[in-house]
Design a protein around this ligand. Structure first.
Ligand code: PRX
Length: 638
């Protein structure tokens, strides 16, 4: 694209600006030439919530359904129109103001997939507060860490919810997070709790969580909303934010263990999310869009909330899991709600493709037009199954490659326009300039394998890491000066198609959830019995990758089944259930070079169980015997 700036400003023209700015993208990626920064349309004034709600209502979409909510139990359902959503958002914006939340304050949101989640996000956007949504599958420690790092003023949470048969005690987890925050010297002003349990059905055999209310800090969502209603307000006052005012913080795993709070700002992110949802899902007025990603992840932010609403779409919000009550749930919902655009993950596809085909074909999928995937590489059999069985060979498949940091897709086919190849995210999105470089940072042309970087800024990219711009520069701009480095390896083929292979750093991708190995190692080495630990990624048939932990125990300790359970539980509690190691391998030592560096390459081969693999040069190891011992003690799957 010759003139990305002109293009992106023409996209922005389709949105509402209270004050326009002729400035386009301004940026510097080269830290050797000065401060790294990115700006888009600096000086313009707009509001994300206004663009999602009033702008669409003025176009006559007031009575259109914005969200269809389906609960964990089949039959638990509701809908909300754009007009109703505006009323709820306006009221909640007033609630936040009454609680003392001002422009620039951080509001932590720890909610299941209920309608209050987008309401709370939009209410923050409306008053210029910054939301920090924490995925409701995260532990108390992870929540506390995120609240503390962002100095969140208040927390929005719920009493609890169910995932399949499992009850999740959300309020208890939030309470624990508070006491952790309190110990760290950061107290939250107030908590607003949604009473969700009493309006949903309890799955058979599940025990509803017991909920404690702290009179000093806690208040109820409904009571607060009633109080706001009594003020008889029509719509609450809008804060016209500057283009570069932060819209939200979203945390992603960091290599050093502490998560990174990526900051997305207003106009650039809004313009990118709008255009991405419009073009990649070919948004049409009668669409029913279902983005299955939890709103707690970037896909849910960009597509489940902002991209969908900016385009005036009807979208689905599903609180349950794809295999409850059985593995046909997704296809039942596609039929029931006449879903036309489905955006899901390779993990979900892989976990459902092993079920009998009738579980899919018994339900009508005639309305489906586009099937999107994101989060991890999709293997060819999964791609083909999605295309053939789910899409009946008549749907476009869009494999979209992007990151929390990028705000929206970077490599993606455009449905109907880009010929696809199973497993390739194909070509760059508008104005995106991918570069593959070797380990020395030399850009390579033509057919090549390399480190995936981007040479030019795009409006939707994160601007910084909350409170730590130096870390932002170090993580993304220092490996290859002048380029944004994704951390992924990729191949470009003879047709200039990109094939993203996976992380070339110490991250692992479990079911599309990015984790850092050091984050898990940190938890393991804090366990009183563990002397040393190393975590590597091992392949898994449905989850893509899983953590495989090597642990060296302190003298006189033995790795019993109970201890393995306890160690896994510790990771569950400290990070979240998805981070728990699949295997805990008791080791007498770890292979290390004389300089003390753990040779992870060898650990990866052992975790994969690939006896035939070439271990490479092992002569630099302090103790070569360790390798034989690790092979001998390699456990069968636990
Ligand atoms: O490794 C890439 C993988 O997911 C990482 C980003 O994870 P996260 O920030 O959690 O955002 C996920 C949702 C946008 C990337 O660095 N990834 C994402 N999409 C793909 C992918 N790998 C291969 N193909 C994809 N389509």
């Amino acid at each position: 694209m010759e003139e990305p700036n002109k293009f992106w400003k023409s996209v922005a023209k389709e949105l509402h600006f209270e004050k326009w700015s002729d400035k386009g993208l301004e940026y510097n990626f080269d830290h050797q030439k000065g401060e790294v920064f990115v700006k888009f349309m600096e000086g313009a004034k707009t509001n994300m919530a206004y663009n999602c709600l009033e702008r669409n209502i003025q176009k006559g979409l007031g009575s259109k359904i914005a969200y269809i909510w389906e609960g964990n139990e089949p039959g638990d359902q509701m809908t909300i129109t754009y007009q109703e959503l505006l009323e709820q958002v306006s009221k909640f914006a007033e609630v936040l103001r009454t609680k003392g939340v001002k422009k620039g304050d951080v509001v932590a949101i720890y909610l299941p997939m209920t309608i209050e989640l987008p309401i709370a996000m939009l209410a923050c956007a409306r008053i210029g507060a910054i939301h920090s949504v924490v995925f409701a599958g995260f532990s108390s420690d992870a929540l506390a860490n995120r609240i503390h790092q962002a100095k969140a003023k208040i927390l929005i949470t719920a009493d609890g919810f169910y995932r399949g048969h499992k009850a999740i005690d959300l309020k208890t987890l939030a309470d624990k997070a508070f006491s952790i925050c309190h110990d760290q010297g950061h107290d939250i002003d107030s908590v607003i709790m949604v009473e969700h349990l009493k309006r949903i059905r309890t799955p058979q055999g599940a025990i509803p969580p017991e909920v404690k209310i702290n009179k000093k800090t806690d208040s109820l969502w409904n009571k607060e909303m009633e109080a706001a209603s009594s003020k008889n307000l029509q719509t609450s006052k809008i804060e016209w934010n500057d283009s570069e005012d932060p819209l939200f913080i979203l945390y992603t795993s960091g290599s050093t263990g502490t998560p990174k709070g990526l900051v997305h700002t207003t106009t650039g992110y809004m313009t990118y999310a709008y255009e991405a949802a419009k073009k990649i899902f070919d948004s049409k007025p009668d669409d029913v869009f279902w983005c299955t990603a939890d709103i707690g992840w970037i896909t849910g932010h960009t597509f489940g909330v902002y991209g969908a609403l900016l385009n005036g779409m009807t979208s689905m919000l599903f609180e349950g899991v794809p295999n409850y009550p059985d593995a046909s749930r997704m296809w039942q919902l596609v039929e029931k709600y006449k879903v036309s655009k489905l955006y899901t993950s390779p993990t979900a596809v892989r976990s459902l493709m092993d079920c009998p085909t009738e579980m899919v074909t018994d339900y009508s999928r005639d309305t489906l037009k586009i099937l999107g995937v994101v989060g991890e590489p999709i293997n060819r059999p999964a791609w083909r199954w999605l295309h053939k069985v789910v899409g009946g060979e008549k749907c476009a498949i869009v494999d979209t490659y992007w990151q929390t940091e990028t705000g929206g897709p970077m490599l993606t086919p455009l449905p109907g326009a880009t010929p696809t190849k199973p497993g390739s995210a194909t070509m760059p999105f508008f104005g995106v300039d991918p570069v593959l470089v070797d380990d020395q940072g030399v850009a390579k042309k033509g057919q090549i394998d390399g480190n995936l970087c981007f040479a030019r800024a795009w409006p939707g990219m994160a601007r910084t890491i909350w409170g730590d711009h130096a870390r932002f520069i170090k993580t993304y701009f220092s490996t290859f000066p002048g380029l944004y480095f994704t951390g992924d390896g990729a191949r470009r083929d003879q047709d200039s198609y990109y094939w993203v292979g996976g992380r070339v750093d110490d991250k692992l991708n479990v079911s599309g959830h990015l984790l850092s190995t050091s984050e898990i190692e940190c938890v393991l080495t804090h366990h009183p019995t563990v002397q040393e630990a190393a975590v590597v990624a091992a392949p898994h048939p449905s989850k893509g990758q899983v953590p495989y932990a090597f642990v060296v125990l302190k003298q006189s300790r033995t790795l019993t089944a109970d201890l393995i359970h306890e160690i896994k539980q510790e990771v569950r509690n400290k990070i979240g259930p998805f981070a728990a190691p699949e295997v805990v391998h008791g080791a007498c030592g770890l292979p290390k070079t004389r300089s003390g560096k753990i040779t992870r390459r060898i650990l990866r081969i052992i975790a994969e169980g690939d006896h035939k693999a070439n271990l490479g040069d092992t002569s630099t190891l302090i103790d070569e015997q360790v390798i034989a011992h690790l092979w001998e003690t390699r456990p069968d799957v636990q």
